[in-house]
Design a protein around this ligand. Structure first.
Ligand code: TGC
Ligand code: FAD
Length: 390
């Protein structure tokens, strides 16, 4: 029996198959052994544990929905969600490493790549022999990626790539980068850029107070010669990177409630143990209110995720539905981290408990993959038919 039980107030486990529960349990055991004992130290030291890349490959955390023929897990979207939930219960930065590799690097190669590209990269990415990153955001273009300046020219036998990407998860350690750039007609295309190509560098971003166990950097392209066979032939336009973001945002909707569950569980235990005014603090109404609201929000988010997962499996989930889940679940996770921190009083600010780390991490999660407000606007456009972005 698992030592940690995720809250299951609405018997949502009844909606899971035996395989789902087995997958959740094995990832939970992995997190307990390989992440939880070390994560506060990695965070404090701002250390990316590169050995985790191989380990994630071994447990099938990379590309779980990619077919087995290419090294993926061939699993459904509920399994993928449960894997993200359990890893992020350990740490959002660790989940970032896994979701970038699976949804933002393996997915575009699988969905838009040539057969040669799939065979060359997917098995190595799935096993963790290779680490990838995804370059969309630029110094001058975050929420509005369609304005990107990174560009390439057709030189006959190769493309010449110039520009820069910023805030790229995994970049300093990545072997390959899936890079979105404009051609001479201004059309967005995906290129696979490999470490070692002349003129390509990946300087690390320092000074982050969030996702400190995940490495972040820039991608700088100065006249990089990219072989023509490295272009993703299957799709172009902004819809190509945005299609990858749909998968990653879905994983984040599950991941965020993993972080929320960890905070809730810590607060529930602390409220039972901590005595003030001669009673456990859990006997006071204000503490019960906080715990009740946390459980309510986690339960609503679990139901949202399960239904969204089913729609993902059927290929029916829309971008706006995914936005609603990503936006809601990250926001409630952040609120739960803050409330759980309060329940721990002064102890809550130390690394002995996980809330401050989750809270700091979630400040990135609420910003990347579309900010909280951008997802609100995606929903607003869906409701009214009138985009309010620009
Ligand atoms: P808009 O006019 O709405 O759309 C332009 C074209 O793109 C298509 N499209 C999509 N296609 C598929 N899936 C989606 N989700 C799509 N969203 C848009 C759309 O149909 C249209 O296609 P076409 O063929 O008609 O041209 O675009 P806009 O310029 O008004 O901008 C709006 C938009 C969508 C870009 C904005 O709403 C947005 O989402 N901004 C956020 C950018 C973002 O999320 N960046 C994330 C970077 S990656 C990252 O953060 C990784 S963190 C990873 C980690 O560590 O876990
Ligand atoms: P901006 O777009 O400048 O937004 C600033 C503020 O303005 C926000 O509050 C935003 O909501 C608001 N705003 C913007 N436009 C509007 C509007 N039309 N109406 C109302 N408000 C608006 N990107 C990648 O490509 N790959 C990665 O792997 C990656 N990893 C990341 C890792 C970390 C740790 C972080 C912090 C970011 C990462 N990103 C990555 C970038 C991330 O996607 C962007 O930070 C995000 O999309 C927001 O862009 P920005 O930071 O430029 O903010």
């Amino acid at each position: 029996k698992d030592e940690f039980e995720s809250p299951d107030f609405y018997q949502i486990d009844d909606l899971l198959t035996e395989e789902h529960k087995l997958i959740r349990s094995s990832i939970r055991d992995f997190v307990k052994k390989e992440i939880t004992p070390y994560i506060e130290d990695w965070t404090e030291k701002n250390h990316f544990p590169s050995e985790m890349v191989r380990k994630f490959g071994e447990i099938g955390a990379f590309g779980p929905t990619v077919p087995e023929t290419y090294g993926g897990g061939g699993l459904d979207y509920i399994s993928y969600g449960l894997i993200m939930q359990e890893i992020e219960r350990g740490d959002s930065g660790m989940r970032s490493t896994a979701s970038v590799q699976g949804s933002l690097v393996m997915h575009p190669i699988y969905a838009y790549g040539s057969e040669e590209q799939k065979k060359k990269y997917l098995p190595k990415l799935a096993s963790g022999e290779m680490l990838g990153c995804f370059g969309l955001t630029e110094p001058n273009h975050g929420s509005n990626p369609s304005g990107m300046e990174t560009n390439f020219k057709d030189m006959g036998d190769h493309y010449l790539l110039n520009g820069a990407k910023m805030w790229i998860s995994n970049a300093p350690q990545a072997d390959i980068a899936v890079v979105w750039a404009k051609n001479e007609e201004g059309r967005i295309k995906g290129l696979i850029v490999e470490r070692g190509m002349e003129g390509f560098s990946t300087p690390e971003t320092h000074g982050k107070w969030s996702l400190r166990a995940s490495c972040t950097g820039e991608l700088v392209f100065s006249d990089v010669k990219v072989p023509k066979e490295n272009m993703l032939p299957g799709k172009d336009g902004l819809g190509a990177p945005m299609g990858c973001l749909d998968k990653a945002r879905y994983g984040i909707a599950w991941g965020a409630i993993g972080a929320a569950m960890d905070c809730y569980e810590s607060a529930r235990r602390y409220a039972a143990e901590r005595i003030q005014f001669g009673k456990p603090i859990g006997s006071f109404q204000l503490i019960q209110k906080k715990l009740s609201e946390m459980l309510t929000e986690i339960t609503k988010a679990q139901l949202l995720n399960w239904k969204l997962g089913k729609m993902m499996d059927e290929g029916k989930a829309t971008t706006a539905q995914i936005s609603l889940a990503k936006r809601n679940n990250v926001a409630i996770a952040l609120e739960i981290a803050r409330e759980a921190r309060q329940i721990h009083g002064g102890m809550g600010i130390t690394g002995e408990y996980p809330m401050m780390r989750h809270m700091m991490n979630l400040e990135s999660v609420v910003t990347y993959e579309g900010t909280h407000d951008i997802h609100l606007l995606i929903l607003g456009a869906e409701i009214t038919g009138i985009p309010a972005f620009g």
